[in-house]
Ligand binder design. Structure first.
Ligand code: HPA
Length: 259
């Protein structure tokens, strides 16, 4: 494996339909056994490093969280030779330390989604895999993100439990209270099944989350989409810088064990 070159991939979520500093050389239409990915995959140069970029909700941001073809997205990146994935997710903040504008590198997930195509192991032609998922995110990649934030003088929250909800509606206050009782700090709609599928493909995966609103019932007044837009435009440059710095860092390829 050591002679293989690392090829980072970024999956961009709401607010990150493209990476502004990515010098795109090609936009690849990728056909996968699982159907079409959300968008063409941009291949380009970021911080002197070849990088792949995929827009999770499509180029026009018109694919809702429950309709994203997560299997095709992860498969397309694996087919193009990605060695690891940095996922960007906009989230709501549950924990008081994770207010709007916080940038978080979560370390755990609770999956509340349902009805999504969430595994590659679902047909007679595919060998059944029960993947190990105790630590859903890759420790090396999480450290690269944290180091990248610190190098760029961005405040970063180093841990958090990500609750993946079904969407596309936001939650009720009682639902958020329940997630909090379950130990969740952040809530978003796209963290799963993406992380689990990356594990099935043995692709190291980590998430950089931007808190774009306080979760339901955690602030007065109600959640405002205009405010969310403001938070995204204020904090997205820092997110892009962290991702670019992390992609430019050396990464010794270590396929994530999937036993
Ligand atoms: N809930 C779920 N997903 C989200 C939220 C939220 O409050 N904000 C951004 N994505």
């Amino acid at each position: 494996m050591s002679d293989q070159r690392a090829l980072p991939a970024i999956i961009g979520g709401s607010g990150l339909q493209q990476m502004p500093n990515l010098k795109i050389t090609e936009r690849m239409v990728v056909d996968t056994p699982w159907g079409e990915p959300s968008s063409r995959v941009s291949v380009g140069n970021l911080s002197g490093q070849k990088v792949l970029f995929l827009a999770r909700h499509g180029d026009d941001h018109d694919i809702p969280p429950h309709k994203v073809n997560y299997r095709a997205n992860v498969s397309a990146l694996a087919q193009l030779g990605a060695s690891h994935i940095f996922a960007f997710n906009a989230v709501g903040g549950i924990h008081e330390d994770m207010g709007a504008g916080s940038i978080v590198v979560p370390n755990q997930i609770v999956d509340y989604t349902w009805g999504r195509e969430h595994t590659y192991s679902d047909s007679a032609n595919v060998a059944l895999q029960h993947v190990e998922f105790t630590e859903p995110y890759d420790a090396v990649l999480r450290k690269l993100l944290i180091d990248a934030a610190e190098e760029n003088h961005s405040d970063i929250v180093r841990h958090g439990v990500y609750a993946a909800t079904q969407g596309p509606r936001l939650e009720s206050a009682a639902e958020i209270n329940r997630l909090e009782r379950d130990g969740c700090d952040l809530v978003g709609m796209t963290g799963m099944p993406e992380a689990g599928l990356a594990r099935e493909k043995s692709l190291p995966y980590a998430c950089l989350a931007l808190v774009v609103n306080a979760a339901a019932g955690k602030s007065q007044p109600l959640i405002s989409f205009a405010e969310i837009e403001k938070v995204i435009s204020t904090h997205m440059p820092a997110v892009q810088t962290i991702l670019a710095t992390a992609c430019g860092k050396e990464f010794a390829i270590h396929p994530q064990l999937n036993r």
